[in-house]
Write a protein that binds this ligand. Structure first.
Ligand code: PCA
Length: 325
């Protein structure tokens, strides 16, 4: 039954490979544009797997939410509509609070701390995903999150009533606590949303603002370094159990490489894309002390809310993180 499901989930069987094994095509949905560093990393991962398995498993990436929009990718993998895909797991915090561990404001605010938090959270997250028929392959952080606005903002009071684009539960909650009006919009759709005034602000990385050329509509980016959310590449566990040990080794090796290269790219992109926003005409600056202080207070509220929702397991992760950092 498992093997049968695995074959169904591997969307197409294209040829008989050199070893006589059936060659499978694995469609891999991605939510972000082809030029985004996560998508570039995934495309290299796909090539690595295709080459390394001698074509027995051909991974084909589909960027920009073209196969499934971000919000649907996790379910599509779980149910075997696709064998593999990449998703921002914090978008599913309502299923399990642990999925939001990377989006707790001001818990981990640098690449180094995000790495430690990942070490602390990887085991428990792997287990939660396994219960959902998902096998975690690799994970890469986005650059630190800052605040984008159309107009100048110096305090939380200035944010009141502004239409705010959110991308997960934490960002919607941040909007509520700052008096803004959250509207959830996929990264692939934000240029349009800002151009038409559906939203006038967001929290995101320099990378996403750069990818989507938001300087065409927005004028300010405040560096807040609130958190570094992560993308997770996952494979359907039924499909995974049908993969030969040799090919599993290849895929795990490609995943390790992708995590390393993707993280490196994320770091490189931080400065590069902030400069890109400046070149586009935006004001890029640290948030004012007042704004920072007020956001920290909101962060404390959100941290206790998260700890309450995530219970013992959440506390164990935060404790392990604090011990290691
Ligand atoms: N970009 C993604 C998620 C985090 C980020 O930096 C987005 O804005 O949708």
């Amino acid at each position: 039954m498992k093997a049968c499901k695995a074959l169904m989930a591997a969307t197409a069987m294209t040829a008989i490979g050199a070893t006589g094994a059936l060659a499978e095509k694995w469609d891999m949905p991605l939510a972000y544009s082809a030029s985004n560093f996560h998508s570039v990393t995934a495309a290299e991962f796909a090539k690595c797997v295709t080459t390394g398995t001698g074509g027995e498993i051909e991974v084909v990436t589909h960027p920009s939410g073209s196969l499934f929009p971000g919000a649907q990718i996790k379910r599509a993998i779980q149910t075997g509509q696709v064998p593999i895909g990449e998703r921002l797991l914090s978008g599913h915090q309502n299923e399990n609070a642990l999925f939001g561990v990377d989006s707790v404001p001001f818990l981990a605010t640098s690449f180094d701390d995000a790495e430690v938090l990942w070490k602390a959270a990887k085991g428990p997250l792997t287990d939660v995903l396994a219960e959902q028929n998902l096998t975690l392959l690799y994970s890469v952080p986005w650059p630190p999150q800052g605040l984008y606005f159309r107009d100048e903002v110096n305090s939380v009071a200035d944010m009141k009533g502004i239409k705010f684009r959110s991308y997960n539960n934490a960002t919607s909650r941040l909007a509520e606590l700052t008096g803004m009006l959250p509207v959830t919009i996929e990264a692939a759709e934000i240029s349009q949303a800002f151009a038409t005034g559906v939203a006038d602000s967001m929290v995101s990385s320099g990378s996403t603002g750069y990818d989507r050329k938001v300087w065409e509509s927005l004028n300010y980016f405040y560096e807040v370094d609130a958190w570094l959310p992560r993308n997770y590449v996952m494979v359907n566990s039924d499909v995974w159990s049908g993969v030969s040990d040799q090919n599993k080794n290849v895929i795990n090796a490609c995943a390790g490489l992708a995590e390393y290269a993707g993280t490196w790219r994320s770091k490189e992109y931080t400065g590069f894309t902030l400069q890109g926003l400046r070149d586009g005409g935006m004001t890029v600056a640290p948030a004012s002390d007042q704004m920072k202080g007020e956001l920290r207070e909101i962060g404390e509220t959100m941290t206790s809310e998260w700890l309450e929702a995530a219970g013992e397991q959440g506390k164990a992760i935060v404790d392990a993180f604090n011990e290691m950092k």
